[in-house]
Write a protein that binds this ligand. Structure first.
Ligand code: AMP
Length: 179
């Protein structure tokens, strides 16, 4: 089996969660499968091995798990991008819309220094609203966002194209058709 079909098989699909019409792609099953988890991290890391990445930024909450492992592997720092009100120090913030709702995200304003090379990590890109907001936050404080990386792409929702239009290359490991 290719690594993509291995990874695909390790992701659980839950119809009509959190609301009717959404198929929730649950990566807890991937995370719980040692081989799939290692493979996903290895594949996310692979393009950057031997290059200088200063920081890995992960989006709450699943992006923390994947981003932490990727940062460790690249000997990079980790930067959490969190839901409003969770970070204790001075923050920058941005409002964004989700596939299923509206929210606000924040990061510490001193988490990334001007010109640092950053890769952004989350579990899944759907409409791209969340990732676009995270790119905006990072660029606002002077980061050089060299890529946005996701385990799962929902290509029918056009998120990857939206991020590429911001000048940030996108890498995804497996795609699922539909919403
Ligand atoms: P979006 O902003 O539309 O690209 O949505 C991406 C964010 O919402 C990511 O943080 C995902 O974890 C979550 N998300 C959106 N759609 C799904 C889905 N179908 N299954 C699992 N997570 C999703």
């Amino acid at each position: 089996m290719s690594f993509q079909s291995d990874l695909r098989a390790s992701i659980r699909s839950i119809p009509d969660y959190p609301k009717p019409g959404i198929i929730f792609r649950d990566i807890t099953t991937l995370l719980g499968d040692a081989r799939a988890f290692r493979r996903a991290i290895d594949e996310l890391v692979q393009p950057w091995a031997g290059t200088k990445i200063d920081k890995v930024a992960g989006i709450e909450a699943r992006g923390f798990i994947l981003g932490g492992a990727v940062a460790h592997q690249l000997s990079a720092g980790f930067v959490p991008i969190r839901k409003k009100g969770k970070l204790p120090h001075t923050t920058v913030s941005v409002a964004y819309s989700l596939e299923y709702g509206v929210d606000e995200m924040e990061m510490h304003s001193d988490a990334v220094h001007e010109g640092e090379r950053v890769i952004l990590i989350d579990d899944l890109i759907a409409t791209g609203g969340t990732a676009a907001a995270a790119v905006q936050l990072l660029q606002q404080i002077g980061a050089d966002v060299v890529a946005a990386c996701f385990v799962i792409d929902l290509p029918d929702l056009g998120g990857a194209k939206k991020i590429e239009a911001l000048g940030v290359p996108v890498r995804t490991l497996v795609g699922f058709d539909g919403p």
